[in-house]
Write a protein that binds this ligand. Structure first.
Ligand SMILES: Cc1ncc(COP(=O)(O)O)c(C=O)c1O
Length: 377
């Protein structure tokens, strides 16, 4: 079966699964207005702007959600089971896992646990802004360091800044919005020598999409380094962005510290059921990667044909040149029913495009080729 056939039949199988095992409720969802797993928005627009997984939650997770709805009047989203399932998936003890309402809650918890007036945050520019936003409500300084010419974190400059006092360092690797990676060996060399007063927030939201072999995850540090927090999410590869579940993997002592700031009865019932089912679904990661690779290939072919430069991506999105004014480009794409990107200063000559289903990327390709014919890009 070719990749596109695989995608289409996979989705059909998912829908069939809902009706078969979801019973009346499944049938209801199947006929709910606008219900179309992983596909268009209710108004028909295609969203290629938020780095979501276009396949939606896995068929097994959909079944589990439907079954769990009846437990929604109860507290407790199978917290222990989720933590147990995660601990065997990641290969750590349950005591080393902290759950959050998405990985953004983990970032907020880390801010509360580690930042303060004398503990600045050191981060790249551009990078995922969320952790910096907490500065509005917490008194801490932010030092941003531009990415290097080859779009890696400037490890040396970040390290120099951290020497002055206790610091929190945010590594978004792979990096959002550039989609690029920083060589893990360079980061490891710093972590190996850093004092415990330098806390490393290792955001690995896009880990599974990486193809560059200079990248590896940061898990190996957590036993020996309580100052390393590995941050992951169910939002991307598991397609659960709307259900809100993320987690931190750390040393046990760090987990205890983080959990002083976290909500003790998360996850919610539906997210918990979906997470357990997703972790048991052996093919889920491979399916998401296969679809992502096909979408990426359509985008690469199109951008090459149009001679528009792009950054090497290790994620489910790509930054590419647009030749022209970014808001105008986005508005024209929106007129064509395609929601793409937002502003990521200082890269205002690039658009960030999230990968959708292959057929959605074909629509994007037709639209951008049409723009070229009209002289817009
Ligand atoms: C690097 C990075 N970290 C974290 C998140 C937030 O993920 P979550 O949905 O788990 O809060 C995103 C979302 O796009 C992201 O790009």
């Amino acid at each position: 079966m070719d990749r596109r056939g695989f995608v289409t039949s996979g989705m059909a199988a998912g829908l069939a699964g809902i009706t078969a095992s979801g019973g009346t409720l499944g049938a209801f969802l199947n006929h709910a207005p606008g219900f179309s797993p992983g596909k268009k928005l209710a108004n028909g627009d295609i969203r290629l702007s938020s780095n979501e997984n276009p396949l939606g939650v896995s068929p097994a997770a959909r079944d589990a959600i439907i079954e769990a709805i009846v437990e929604s009047n109860r507290y407790g989203g199978r917290r222990r089971e989720v933590i147990a399932a995660l601990s065997s998936y990641v290969g750590v003890k349950p005591e080393q896992i902290t759950l959050g309402f998405g990985s953004t809650e983990i970032l907020q918890i880390c801010t509360q646990a580690f930042q303060g007036p004398n503990t600045p945050l050191i981060a790249a520019a551009p990078t995922f802004e969320d952790v910096m936003d907490y500065q509005d409500t917490m008194p801490f300084e932010v030092h941003t360091v531009p990415l290097t010419a080859d779009l890696q974190h400037d490890v040396q400059q970040m390290r120099d800044l951290s020497m002055k006092r206790p610091s929190v360092v945010y590594f978004c690797n792979p990096n959002n919005p550039t989609g690029t990676i920083t060589a893990s060996a360079d980061i490891d060399a710093w972590i190996a020598e850093a004092p415990e007063t330098t806390v490393f927030l290792m955001d690995e939201a896009y880990l599974e999409y990486v193809t560059d072999d200079r990248y590896w995850d940061s898990l190996k540090w957590i036993e020996q380094k309580p100052n390393v927090v590995v941050i992951r999410t169910f939002s991307k590869i598991f397609g659960m962005a709307g259900l809100r579940l993320g987690y931190a993997v750390t040393h046990e002592t760090t987990a205890t510290r983080l959990q002083e700031h976290s909500i003790q009865n998360s996850p919610n019932v539906l997210a918990g059921a979906a997470a357990i089912a997703s972790l048991q679904d052996d093919g889920i990661v491979e399916r998401a990667i296969t679809v992502n690779e096909e979408a990426k290939s359509i985008v690469h072919t199109t951008l090459n044909e149009l001679d528009l430069e792009y950054l090497p991506t290790n994620t489910n999105f790509i930054m590419h040149k647009i030749n022209g004014d970014l808001p105008t480009y986005r508005n024209r794409m929106a007129d064509a029913g395609l929601l793409v990107g937002r502003n990521f200063p200082p890269m205002l000559d690039h658009n960030r495009l999230s990968f959708g289903l292959p057929e959605e990327m074909d629509q994007w390709a037709s639209a951008i080729k049409d723009f070229r014919r009209k002289g817009w890009i």
